[in-house]
Design a protein around this ligand. Sequence first.
Ligand code: ADP
Ligand code: ADP
Length: 226
Amino acid sequence: MAAITMKNIVKTYGDGFQAVKDINLEIADGEFMILVGPSGCGKSTLLRMIVGLEDISGGEMLIGDERVNEKAPRDRNLAMVFQNYALYPHLTVFENIAFPLRLAKTPDAEVKERVNHAAELLELTEHLERKPANLSGGQRQRVAMGRAIVRNAQAFLFDEPLSNLDAKLRGQMRTEISRLQKRLGITTVYVTHDQVEAMTLGDRVAVLRAGVLQQVDSPRRLYQNP
Ligand code: ADP
Ligand code: ADP
């Protein structure tokens, strides 16, 4: 069974403009899928329909074998990792990671266990008492991913997470995201307009143009048959 299945997905905005046209795509369990294409091609719209931040105008979205078209974001068990990482500056790393569990009123002992487990996976154990301002960019990214892991999210969704960074940091973070994703084996959908990211990060690349899915293939085969 695929982790995420899109069947004939359409997005029509208020004025009748079709931003996404009849997309069919299956993302396998544990797969790192890139959505790439020029600005305005519908990448963010598609990602936002997966996570539930945008209504689906037509077709069917499945997570596992469950139809989620009508489900609120919080009931989809997905984790969006935002561009600015959305960390709380006044909270420690521990409390930043624990945040969704605190919201869900999870008992203290369980919070401790789950946060410590996530920190171990992400090599953040010795930083748990620090504040975000005292972390490197890569460590902040890992805290943001930690918050997703403690919720036992079924997939990570990234919307151009590196686009605000300088070239050097962007390279480092690319390596970091790729390494973590492989280690965690968590299904990942990653939106970018950057060809280098598309060709280096993903298991497969879905190429969008004007709302149409043009091609889906491994980076290697896309590179050979562009
Ligand atoms: P991308 O992420 O590939 O840059 P988007 O998904 O943000 O593209 O947008 C796809 C198209 O839909 C663009 O033409 C954009 O102008 C349009 N669009 C996005 N959001 C809205 C909206 N809320 N209302 C109307 N049109 C929108
Ligand atoms: P409501 O329908 O009550 O207004 P929202 O749509 O604002 O709720 O989202 C509420 C919950 O949805 C949040 O507590 C969060 O768990 C989840 N959520 C919102 N945005 C995202 C996102 N980008 N990624 C994952 N979960 C989200």
